[in-house]
Design a protein around this ligand. Structure first.
Ligand SMILES: NC(=O)c1ccc[n+]([C@@H]2O[C@H](COP(=O)([O-])OP(=O)(O)OC[C@H]3O[C@@H](n4cnc5c(N)ncnc54)[C@H](O)[C@@H]3O)[C@@H](O)[C@H]2O)c1
Length: 432
């Protein structure tokens, strides 16, 4: 099939590349000419494991190309995906300006029956708004489908190629058929395509993210309780997750959830509920817990050192999670700003997010190539992202490099008693 993907970010690039890899002809479009120029020069503007190789392969085999010319791309496509950003608006609702701008441009470019697919995470009713926007500027036949994306950054390609499920909200049989054909190659192991109406599909995406965020905040509050009553949250987690009704995923306490999705999607769902007269108190509490959690390690440090001014710290991990360079809403930002605000100096290390961090913090912090360099002369180490390479470091070497062997383990990747045996002052989350 001939496809256009409008928006070549984390979702658009992965979706476009995976569709190309299953044999479709795909044009990824973006308004950002620098991004498209880089892609055409073989440079991939984001870090996502396996993406670069897959892009190069599909470009070489001439199934994938990049362009700023939306009209030309849409004119030759049977299916057009909207995968532009839907950032947080002023009142917590999702800002749809990019989605609706894309819809209008798509509408103007239609040359025949086309399926227009909302892949961006958009509030209930957006498919209807996209339909109205397109209808105003075209007399060509078209359908609007809601097909929310559930991929995780860091494992995006695998998630896209082998999704737990594909959700397709469509109000027309023709559109359902086209989407079913397109996704056929990705659902060969009985992972289902779930067909539904567009509103239910739109809401499913928010429900999923809100549920995952709720589990995280629940565990963060549970961790706090464990600390106060002398229990170990990791033992509780194991006992809890063994219950088949509950399961293990997303039961890890930490320094709070971040990223480009959970924070804005939880807020947007609260805003959607408020618009129809419902105060979603549960989700507001989820958010409150998360905001507090991002500051927890700062509080622990203040309590331990008393004064943070003049102290020098190492930070391991800047990205909001491992295997990505994405720092949008990363808890590390709150921690770093907090430490700098209190007069501390910082040296940071992240395996892939340093360039992104440099654009944000500039020369206010230092950046190192290796985790150990960051430790030289440090009064303490904050571990903020659970990159695999941080899990089994050379502890003796760490101790020799640091001025004070103090570790604030924001992801509970080290064993508290072993750390104390090794001579560290250790602070985890929810552990005795
Ligand atoms: N990142 C994720 O892990 C993830 C997962 C699932 C769903 N989503 C959702 O997918 C959507 C996209 O997220 P993302 O992380 O890929 O965003 P992103 O910011 O990485 O990419 C969006 C791209 O759209 C481009 N764009 C904006 N307006 C445009 C227009 N009119 N025409 C062409 N291009 C345009 C931007 O220049 C940018 O490159 C969001 O709604 C997000 O909530 C994201």
């Amino acid at each position: 099939m001939k496809l256009t993907i409008v928006g070549s970010g984390y979702v658009g690039l992965v979706a476009g590349t995976c569709f190309a890899d299953s044999g479709n002809d795909v044009i990824c479009v973006d308004v950002d000419a620098t991004k498209i120029k880089a892609l055409n020069a073989g440079k991939v503007p984001i870090y996502e494991p396996g993406l670069e190789e897959l892009i190069h392969k599909n470009v070489r085999e001439k199934r994938l190309s990049f362009s700023t010319d939306l009209s030309a791309a849409v004119a030759q496509s049977e299916v057009v995906f909207i995968a532009v950003g839907t950032p947080e608006g002023e009142t917590g609702d999702a800002d749809l300006q990019h989605v609706l701008a894309a819809a209008e441009q798509i509408g103007k470019a239609l040359k025949r029956y086309t399926v227009i697919v909302d892949k961006s995470t958009v509030p209930v009713g957006t498919a209807d708004r996209v339909r109205e926007t397109v209808a105003k500027v075209t007399s060509q036949p078209f359908d609007v489908v809601s097909n929310p994306e559930f991929l995780k950054e860091g494992a995006a390609i695998d998630d896209f190629l082998k999704p737990d499920r594909v959700v397709i909200g469509a109000n027309s049989e023709q559109a359902r058929k086209v989407m079913g054909e397109l996704y056929g190659p990705f659902v060969r192991t009985e992972n289902p395509i779930l067909y539904m109406d567009t509103r239910s599909a739109e809401l499913t995406k928010y429900a999923a993210n809100a549920m995952l965020a709720t589990r995280i905040s629940f565990m963060n509050d549970m961790a706090m309780l464990c600390e106060r009553v002398g229990a170990d949250v990791d033992a509780v987690r194991k006992g809890l997750g063994a219950d088949k009704r509950i399961g293990y995923p997303f039961l890890f306490p930490g320094v709070g959830y971040g990223g480009s999705c959970f924070p804005k999607d939880v807020k947007a769902l609260v805003a959607t509920a408020r618009d129809v007269g419902i105060e979603f108190d549960l989700l507001r509490a989820v958010e409150r817990t998360n905001e507090a959690q991002k500051r927890l390690m700062l509080q622990k440090a203040s309590k331990h050192y008393g004064e943070l001014a003049g102290k020098h710290f190492a930070v391991w991990g800047l990205a909001f999670k491992p295997r990505t360079d994405d720092m949008r809403e990363a808890p590390s930002i709150v921690m770093i700003e907090g430490l700098l605000g209190k007069g501390a100096t910082l040296v940071t290390h992240d395996p892939v997010a340093t360039d992104v961090a440099r654009r944000r913090f500039g020369a206010r912090v230092r950046y190192t190539e290796t985790p150990y360099e960051a430790l030289e002369g440090a009064d303490g180490l904050f571990v903020l992202t659970e990159w695999n390479e941080f899990r089994r470091p050379d502890f003796d070497r760490m101790k020799k490099l640091m001025r004070q062997a103090v570790v604030f383990d924001g992801r509970n990747i080290f064993d508290p008693s072993r750390m104390r045996e090794r001579g560290f002052v250790y602070f985890g989350i929810g552990r005795p």
